[in-house]
Design a protein around this ligand. Structure first.
Ligand code: BGP
Length: 486
C-alpha cells in the first residue's frame, strides 16, 4: 500500500516563467517574451508591430492584423525577461530542492536558447552548455530532471515568418531541436514531455499563429501531433530507456445537475481534453472529433504518412496538470467561474482560491481514475498547487498554512487513487515550488512556491529566496514517501 518506492516527488517550473536571462548566452526571442503582465481583472496582452509600424497590444483570444510581428516595447516591464532569475541562481535553487528531499525537478528547455531563430542548422553551444550545467547540478544531488521540450514559447522568428505552428515546417525544426537535446542529454535526462498543456494551446502567445480561428488552431494542433509522434520515435531510437510523455491540462467537468442535457454537456466539455489524449495515447483521431470538424467546417490538411506517424509515436506516460474542476450546464446562463486558461461553471459545493480557481481535492482522485481507466498508462501529476498572495512577516517567515492544507488534501486524494482505485502513479510535481511568474496573469503576487522569491509585480525585488512554512511540510512529505503529511 502507499506510493511506489521510486515515486518521483518533485516540483515543476517552465523556462518562460522561471528562467530569465532572456538575452543572455546567445538566446533568441520567443513569443512569451512579448507578453506583458496583468492581474486577475486585467488579462495579459502581447505586443506586436503592424506592417505599417503601429505598435499594438492584443489579448489571447485576438488575431493579429496581417503582416504583424512580435515586438518588445523598449522600457516596458515584461515579466519573463528576468522571471525569477534561475539562469543565475540555479545552484541555490537546486540546493534548496535537495534540502526539501526532492527526487525530481521539472523544467522546460527554452527552444531559443538552443536554436535562437528556430530554423538554424547548428545549435547554440552556450545554450546547450547551460542545461548541461543545470542537469549536472541536479544529478549531483540525485535529483532526476524531468524536461518539457516546449512550454508556451515558440521562437519569435518562426512566429513572424512562418505563422508559427500553422506551418508544417515547424515539425522539422522541432524534430531537429529534439534530436539535438536527446543526443546531448541522453545520459542525463530520462523523463521528457513533448508539449506542455497541449489541449489549451490556441493563440499567438503559445503557438505563434496569427489567427485564432478553429481552422488555424486545429491545423497547428495536427502539426504538433505529428511533431510529437516523430519526437517520441526518435527519442526511443536514441535511448530506449527514455520515458516520453504527453502533457494535458486536466480538470473534470461535472454535470451541474442530473439533467441528461447537463450530462451531455459535460461529456462534450471533457472531450475537449480527451481528444488530445486519444491522439497521443491511443494513436488516432477519435470519431467525435472528426464529426466536430465536419460540423464546424474544419479541414485538416494531412500529408501521406501523418496518421502512421501518429499511430507509431504514442507516448509512454500521461503527464497532466490539475488545479480545479468545473461544472457544465445546458443552460447558457448558469454561473461561470475563471480558471486555468479555460472558463467553466461554478460548483456550489466548492470554495475557490483568491483567483477564482475552485479547490477540489476529490477532483484529483476523479481525474486520476478517469484517465487511468480510459488508457491504462502510467500517470504523472506534473502540476498542482495553490496560487496565493503570501505575506512575509517581520522576522522573514512566511506562514502559508492555507497552502499546506491544500497540498495535504491533494496528496491524500492521490493516495486514495493509488490505494483504492489501483492507479499507477509515477510522481507528483507541485507547480512553481519556487515562486515564479504566473502564466495566466503574469503576476508575481500569485505565488505557488514552498520557497518565497523576493520579486514583485512592479519589477522590484532582489531575487533572494526564503523558506515558507510549506517548505518544511513538503520536506516531511517527500522524505516519508507521502506518509507523514499531517
Ligand atoms: C498551467 C501552466 C503553467 C502554470 C500553471 C498555473 O496552465 O502549465 O505554466 O503557470 O498553469 O497557472 P497560473 O500561472 O496562471 O496561475
Amino acid at each position: 500500500m502507499g506510493f511506489r518506492k521510486d515515486f518521483l516527488w518533485g516540483g515543476a517550473t517552465a523556462a518562460n516563467q522561471y528562467e530569465g536571462g532572456y538575452l543572455e548566452g546567445g538566446r533568441g526571442l520567443a513569443t512569451s517574451d512579448a507578453i506583458r503582465g496583468g492581474n486577475v481583472n486585467t488579462p495579459r496582452k502581447y505586443t506586436i508591430m503592424t506592417k505599417e509600424g503601429e505598435v499594438m497590444e492584443l489579448g489571447r483570444e485576438e488575431s493579429l492584423p496581417e503582416g504583424a510581428k512580435g515586438y518588445i516595447i523598449p522600457g516596458i516591464y515584461y515579466p519573463s525577461h528576468q522571471a525569477v532569475d534561475f539562469y543565475h541562481r540555479y545552484k541555490e535553487d537546486i540546493a534548496l530542492c535537495a534540502e526539501m528531499g526532492l527526487k525530481c525537478f521539472r523544467l522546460s528547455i527554452s527552444w531559443t536558447r538552443i536554436f535562437p531563430r528556430g530554423d538554424e542548422e547548428e545549435p547554440n553551444e552556450e545554450g546547450l552548455k547551460f542545461y548541461d550545467d543545470v542537469f549536472d547540478e541536479m544529478l549531483k544531488y540525485g535529483i532526476e530532471p524531468v524536461v518539457t521540450i516546449m512550454h508556451f514559447d515558440t521562437p519569435m522568428y518562426l512566429a513572424d515568418n512562418l505563422d508559427g505552428w500553422h506551418s508544417r515546417k515547424l515539425i522539422d525544426y522541432y524534430v531537429r531541436y529534439c534530436d539535438v537535446i536527446f543526443r546531448r542529454y541522453k545520459d542525463k535526462v530520462k523523463y521528457w514531455m513533448t508539449f506542455n498543456e497541449i489541449n489549451i494551446l490556441r493563440s499567438w502567445m503559445q503557438l505563434g499563429i496569427h489567427s485564432t480561428a478553429p481552422q488555424v488552431r486545429y491545423q497547428a494542433d495536427h502539426n504538433i501531433f505529428v511533431a510529437s509522434a516523430k519526437a517520441v520515435q526518435l527519442g526511443h531510437s536514441i535511448n530506449p530507456d527514455f520515458q516520453i510523455g504527453m502533457m494535458v491540462a486536466y480538470g473534470p467537468f461535472y454535470p451541474l445537475t442530473c439533467n441528461p442535457d447537463d450530462v451531455m454537456e459535460s461529456i462534450k466539455k471533457n472531450r475537449e481534453k480527451e481528444f488530445f489524449m486519444d491522439v497521443q495515447v491511443r494513436g488516432y483521431y477519435p470519431e467525435y472529433q472528426m464529426k466536430w470538424f465536419e460540423r464546424n467546417g474544419v479541414k485538416i490538411e494531412m500529408e501521406e504518412g501523418d496518421l502512421e506517424e501518429i499511430a507509431k509515436g504514442t507516448v509512454d506516460y500521461i503527464g497532466f496538470s490539475y488545479y480545479m474542476s468545473n461544472t457544465s450546464s445546458a443552460d447558457p446562463n448558469a454561473a461561470k467561474i475563471g480558471g486555468n486558461q479555460v472558463f467553466g461553471g461554478k460548483n456550489p459545493y466548492l470554495k475557490a482560491s483568491d483567483w477564482g480557481w475552485q479547490i477540489d481535492p476529490m477532483g484529483l482522485r476523479i481525474s486520476l481514475s478517469q484517465i487511468y481507466d480510459r488508457y491504462h498508462k502510467p500517470m504523472f501529476i506534473v502540476e498542482n498547487g495553490l496560487g496565493a498572495a503570501d505575506k512575509v512577516e517581520e522576522d522573514g517567515s512566511v506562514h502559508d498554512q492555507y497552502r499546506i492544507d491544500y497540498m495535504r488534501d491533494h496528496v491524500r486524494a492521490m493516495k486514495d487513487a493509488v490505494d483504492l482505485d489501483g492507479v499507477d502513479l509515477m510522481g507528483y510535481c507541485p507547480w512553481g515550488h519556487i515562486d515564479l511568474v504566473s502564466a495566466g496573469t503574469g503576476e508575481m503576487k500569485k505565488r505557488y512556491g514552498f520557497v518565497f522569491v523576493d520579486r514583485y509585480d512592479d519589477g522590484t525585488g532582489d531575487f533572494s529566496r526564503r523558506r515558507k512554512d510549506s517548505f518544511f511540510w513538503y520536506k516531511k512529505c517527500c522524505e516519508s514517501n507521502g506518509e507523514d503529511i499531517d
